[in-house]
Design a protein around this ligand. Structure first.
Ligand code: HEM
Length: 752
């Protein structure tokens, strides 16, 4: 029997949709689930779908750290049928039990009460800082090079250790945008055989304050004003600058924030730092002082400020999406863990730098970073709340071979992280939450409390005991017990005071400034100018200018000009310091893995090269996204963005495979981006895309008719803009620029 026309149309549309799905999978990341949804609501009962291939979950461990053979998927929903939390199969979850169709809801509706009550309590307090974050699973492999200085087992040669990393911003709420100007957290949980080691670091190697007792002050100043609760997730406001201009030890961290480090391109292109100096001890009991560094394989790379601002609206989840898409695409983020190592001398200084002062770095030229292992992030979470939100990083989670120093900031953190979990994760048993469970046996004598997951045996959770046969027993050296390094505490009065060396608040800020290339210095000037112009109070601007004058007169003068204020004289001559070129982000060549290439296509033009160029981009480890006037397919390939949905900030480079004329929806009344129209030759949204990409120093390539777009944009022949005969030659030329991240030579920068 012939199908009805409506059925035929539906079949055709479904066949086309299936073709698009098939063409997208598995190369283009971003599919929401592991199945391909049908148009009709599924009606045949079946087990829950498996996780997506790139998803991981906490390894199955008992609450007390024992390995189990339970697959992680057994910790998620089971069975084909809807049940209550107690496993009762349910008939209906769409209608509450009522006294007749028009009657009141009955109290006896257990399912209604359970469902609503659980929903009412779904939210937990967000982190007091670093609320906005993104986590991923991975593996750390030791090189063995760290064994000489630390007996931590995870550093041993070839030793593989499971890790969970959470990246975060500091100031914003959980739902704030990813690309705000802020410090980024880089917290790593190593599930070692010797217990959990948490390296709770940032992407900036210094901190705002020298003593943890000031932490509430800097955070209260940086968070939104308490009266109107604005601005969200940023430092461009009066209370932040009020604090940092009065509390000048914050100036060093503040300049890092005002530099391009404050707006990373991706979590994959961020360095990480343990900030503090730690004390390491080796198998022979010898100690050194050390600082931890993470070095990203892709190099340090940042957004431009305009990109960051646009992205806050266009894609507030930009960093989260980038991380997960990269993992899904197989471009696994990689970082090397490195150590700066210093002799453990009684002064705790190196080259005159106080190692207990967390507002100071040790330049890499003086103490090179020595690689000790590699981290690869290769799995996204299966459930964001269970893993990322419930992960609890505890600065004091050390393993044998790593210990604290007397850095007063570190000392305060030892208290804070454990304490904060008591309210955020509702009680003292948070180490038993699956993501926090150690991969080492736990026998802790800690008992009861909210959400106790373990079923403790025995009758004697105390020591000494004989009723449980004396168990648990203290371990010694032979059993690899943690060793508190017996550092001598010098006799001194009990006092609320810093060492005198902590009083230098400017020399290293100047060192950072002088280590930047001119283009990086321009960005710092414009960041200070932007932020201070957002302040209301002139007194605060004047006070901050005084700090800038003490750092560098040129910097101060340039910012003062932007503020329309006179530049003050320094209160003391700026320090004579040696720059550290290692602090600059520019001047290197990096792999382009996971970079996103937007390809503008014209469905009415020549699409012959598209398949090959798309594949060549995949083969180079990058992600090609087709941008067309309409969705669906072009040249037999699926379209990922339309001119209406695309924005330049999503792409690292643009390829122009054609010169599409204005599409029917290129109307300013329908899409304001079309308001940029200056020509009828090319769709105005494409011109905007090209113009923005050019402004953001991105590489742009064209072949064939694509060259017409370059002409219409007026950028032909400018640095980083290539026009070649073939698609392949264009891609090769483009890759050269991608290796350097951006084409800064397009905008030669000179600081007066
Ligand atoms: C070197 C200085 C510091 C660094 C590098 C740092 C880093 C971090 C990071 C990365 C996180 C997010 C952890 C996660 O992803 O869950 C975090 C959270 C937190 N930090 Fe710090 N922090 C510093 C100083 C301090 C100080 C001085 C305090 C308090 C005295 C503090 C208290 C907290 C608290 C309470 C949280 C929330 C933890 C949670 O709810 O899970 N931090 N910090």
């Amino acid at each position: 029997m012939a199908k009805k026309p409506a059925r035929k149309i539906k079949d055709t549309v479904e066949a086309a949709a299936a073709k698009v799905s098939a063409a997208l999978t598995p190369d283009v990341p971003g599919s929401p689930g592991s199945g391909t949804p049908a148009v009709e609501e599924p009606a045949t009962p079946h087990d829950p779908l498996p996780p997506k291939p790139e998803q991981g979950a906490p390894e199955s461990r008992t609450p007390t750290g024992a390995a189990t053979d339970v697959p992680p998927t057994d910790n998620s929903q089971q069975g084909e049928y809807l049940t209550s939390a107690h496993g009762l199969r349910l008939r209906d979850t769409d209608h509450s039990l009522k006294a007749g169709p028009r009657g009141p809801v009955l109290l006896q509706d257990q399912h209604f009460r359970e469902k609503i009550s659980h929903f009412d309590h779904e939210r937990i307090p967000e982190r007091v800082v670093h609320a906005r974050g993104t986590g991923a699973h991975g593996v750390f492999t030791g090189y063995g090079t760290g064994e000489a200085v630390s007996r931590a087992g995870f550093l041993a040669k070839g030793k593989e250790t499971a890790v969970f990393v959470r990246f975060s911003t500091v100031l914003g709420s959980r739902g704030s945008a990813d690309t705000v100007r802020d410090t980024r957290g880089f917290a790593t949980k190593f599930y070692t055989d010797e217990g959990v080691f948490d390296l709770v670091g940032n992407n900036i190697p210094v901190f705002f304050i020298q003593d943890a007792i000031k932490f509430p002050d800097i955070i209260h100043a940086g968070k939104p004003h308490p009266d109107r609760e604005i601005p969200q997730a940023q430092s461009a406001h009066d209370s932040f600058w009020d604090f940092v201009s009065l509390h000048t030890e914050a100036q060093h961290h503040t300049m890092w924030n005002m530099s391009d480090r404050g707006i990373p391109r991706s979590y994959r292109t961020m360095e990480g730092f343990g900030v503090h100096t730690f004390r390491l001890s080796n198998a022979a009991g010898e100690t050194v002082l050390a600082k931890f560094h993470w070095k990203p394989k892709l190099g340090v790379h940042s957004l431009t400020w305009e990109e960051a601002q646009l992205l806050s609206g266009v894609d507030p989840d930009f960093h989260r999406r980038d991380l997960y898409d990269a993992i899904e695409a197989g471009a696994f983020p990689e970082y090397e863990l490195g150590l700066q190592i210093f002799p453990d001398n009684p002064e705790e200084t190196f080259a005159g730098i106080d190692l207990l002062d967390p507002t100071k770095i040790v330049p890499e030229e003086l103490a090179p970073v020595q690689p000790v292992g590699k981290l690869i992030l290769n799995r996204t979470p299966t459930n964001f709340f269970a893993e990322t939100e419930q992960a609890a990083f505890i600065l004091g989670n050390f393993v044998p071979g790593i210990d604290a120093t007397n850095d007063p900031l570190l000392q305060g953190r030892l208290f804070s992280y454990l304490d904060t979990q008591l309210t955020r994760l509702a009680g003292p048993n948070f180490p038993q939450i699956p993501i926090n469970r150690p991969h080492a046996p736990v026998n802790d004598m800690l008992r009861d409390g909210y959400h106790q997951n373990a079923v403790h045996g025995g009758v004697a959770p105390y020591r000494p005991n004989s009723l449980d046969g004396g168990n648990p027993f203290p371990a010694g050296d032979a059993e690899n017990a943690f060793l508190d390094v017996p550092v001598t505490v010098t006799e001194a009065p009990k006092i609320r005071q810093n060492p005198a060396s902590f009083d230098d608040h400017y020399s290293q800020v100047r060192l950072f400034w002088l280590s930047m290339t001119p283009v990086e210095q321009q960005h710092i000037i414009s960041a200070y100018t932007f932020e201070l112009n957002k302040c209301y109070e002139q007194a605060i601007k004047e006070r901050q200018l005084q700090s800038l004058a003490n750092i560098d007169p040129v910097l101060c003068q340039q910012v003062a000009t932007g503020l329309g204020l006179p530049a003050p004289e320094p209160t003391a001559p700026p320090a004579d310091v040696e720059p550290s070129p290692a602090l600059s982000q520019l001047g290197h060549t990096w792999p382009a893995d996971g970079r996103t290439i937007g390809i503008v296509v014209d469905p009415d033009g020549d699409t012959g090269d598209l398949g090959a160029i798309r594949q060549a981009i995949f083969d180079a480890g990058m992600v090609p996204l087709l941008i067309a006037p309409h969705g669906g397919m072009v040249g037999g390939l699926p379209v990922q963005r339309t001119f209406a949905t695309a924005r330049s900030v999503e792409f690292d480079a643009i390829l122009l495979a054609g010169a599409p004329v204005p599409a029917p929806d290129a109307l300013p009344g329908r899409d304001a981006k079309a308001g940029a129209a200056t020509t009828t030759v090319v769709d105005p949204r494409v011109l905007l895309l090209v113009d923005e990409s050019w402004r953001h120093a991105k590489a742009i390539g064209a072949w064939g008719a694509g060259a017409t777009v370059l002409e219409a944009s007026g950028i032909t022949g400018t640095p980083g803009v290539v026009s070649k005969k073939t698609a392949a030659a264009t891609l090769t030329a483009l890759q050269k620029f991608l290796g350097a991240h951006r084409v800064w030579e397009r905008f030669p920068a000179v600081i007066a």
